[in-house]
Design a protein around this ligand. Sequence first.
Ligand code: NAD
Length: 514
Amino acid sequence: MLEKAGIPVDPSVLMGKDFQLMPKNTPITVARGDGIGPEIMEATLAILKGGGARLDIEEIEIGEKVYLRGNSAGIEPSAWESLRRTKVFLKAPITTPQGGGFKSLNVTTRKAFGLYANIRPCLSYDPYIRTKHPKMDVVIVRENEEDTYSGIEHQRTYDVTQCLKLISRPGCEKIVRYAFEYARAYGRRKVTCFTKDNIMKMTDGLFHKVFDEIGAEYADIEKEHWIVDIGAAKLADTPEVFDVIVMPNLYGDILSDVAADILSDVAAQIAGSVGLAGSANIGDGCAMFEAIHGSAPRRAGQNLANPSGLFLGAVQMLVHIGQADVAEKVHNAWLKTIEDGVHTYDIFREGVSKQKVGTKEFGQAVVARIGQKPTKLKPVDYSKAPTRPLTTRPPYKRDTAKRELVGADVFVFWPNGTMEQLAAKLQPLASDGLNLEMLSNRGMKVWPGGMAETFTVDETRCRFQLPEGKPGSIPHEALRALLERIQKAGIEWVKLENLYNFDGKPGFSRGQGQ
Ligand code: NAD
């Protein structure tokens, strides 16, 4: 009656004061995917159910069948609705059909929902699953939206293609803060940053700078930075010295696979970790959880595949949706199963493993151990798991530095002539206080004072700039007029890149050799 009248009613009022409100179920979206996907999802959901996970599951179809129905994204518009509603996606691997034109569903989902943080724990289960690095326990936090993955690529001349590497300050702040919040929430002692800022001083330099700035707010956590190539070698050699590593997108993509690979015992041909690693893709509103491996079509339908990667992705999901109690229970049961030597074919090893089981039986073995903890492997403890979203952060404050236009790099098509000839044609075209400062080819300065030995291609960058160090700026109109003069002089300009000073300091790099 009261409800009908639009007045919300506390159920305990109607059912007496002994009534206990049942914890609410969390709606999630599940996709069973292709290949081994349906089998490993079935086993994973059976374990979650056995552990008492409080879930309302909405199923959607994604992957091969959807692609082949002519949907180049591999996901129907109605499925987006489910994700928009639940904001939590547990996704089995899919098969991307061979041939061009099919877009990566993972990239689409990450971009569409702003899933900026990719979290991939890489942990050794030695001696039950053999590895050369028994002490490895690394979590890779990879930026997921920016960098060369913006997908902005062009062929500009016959010789030259380009891919834009975009790194933004808010993008860096989001991922770096997430890494520190993650470290703190999960009791980790150190966050390491990998960049290549000795070469890319502006883009990777910004990532490193933001790491230093935000890191200063986390006095309880140790911080360090490595140049990515040296860091990668160190990771392959002694992964146990690392804890949480935060990286821009491209390095993170490569190194999270490297980390998974070095965990596996390549010498013994045991792809230990491929079936064992799960990953989370986290955004401010939505999150997606999955295994790192693909759909392994050759193993499909045979009850062979290891469901552990997807299961460990699902454990991250349980913590994310506030069911850390269930996460701890099922994760410990899984560790006990591994420790008891109940193994699928991919991790089975004579002398260590006790029982070779199929996908379904592995799931059943984990369910049978719910309530138990491992005795040799370290049990997990999620009692201090975060109770608020790790994506919480202070509002972004945009810099207020004075931004002034001081010139432009004009990229021109110059297939045949010499650099001296090009400079002679361009010098008289500079006006509005601009000087032709430099010509560079593939980044290397070739005028003035170029070297005959330098290899050149059919596109040259021409830097027109106000004298350095002198205050002042030019109007945009000056650049339009410059481009017109260049075109009239019979030189084709291909691209314009404005040069800005910020509070009088150049926001652009010098040419190599300048
Ligand atoms: P894959 O990860 O499917 O398989 C690589 C190897 O690992 C195979 O030998 C496979 O048998 C084994 N393997 C993988 N998962 C296993 C598991 N759970 N248990 C036991 N063994 C396992 O990689 P692939 O063969 O390069 O790709 C197959 C398909 O998966 C392709 O269509 C690819 O596009 C797709 N793919 C999808 C995703 C995703 O959906 N996230 C990721 C990677 C690849």
